[in-house]
Design a protein around this ligand. Sequence first.
Ligand code: ZN
Ligand code: ZN
Length: 135
Amino acid sequence: MMGNGFYFKCNKCNHDNDYLFGIGFLFSSLESVIDLLPGKKAQMAKDLYENNKEAEFTYDGYEVYQCEKCASVQNTFLVEARDKNNNVLFSSVNNCGRCKKPRKKIKHTETEIKNFKCPKCKSDDLTYMPGVMWD
Ligand SMILES: [Zn+2]
Ligand SMILES: [Zn+2]
């Protein structure tokens, strides 16, 4: 399994960054994905996994999540747990710290992110380039 990524540069403010998409070789089981979470989150997820029988876990590869209001970005893999009523018990995607809103997953093709805005100035005048390959 492999992931890919791409690089963008904002034509307005020159902000640039690259993002990862897809799934790495470590994503062989839910347990291994939970282990990839940052410390505090890994502990929360483990507690749920071991102690909450209602928690239904799903996981997915790296995606870009963006706040619709202020355009802040989190580029992360997804680990999510929901209860029987579909309430989110745990997610590796953080709400925007500024707006306190859930970030939305951004759609993308091989070469471009759809509806993506520069996280710095919110411009959509961006140049994309293929990014690093990894696995
Ligand atoms: Zn925000
Ligand atoms: Zn910009």
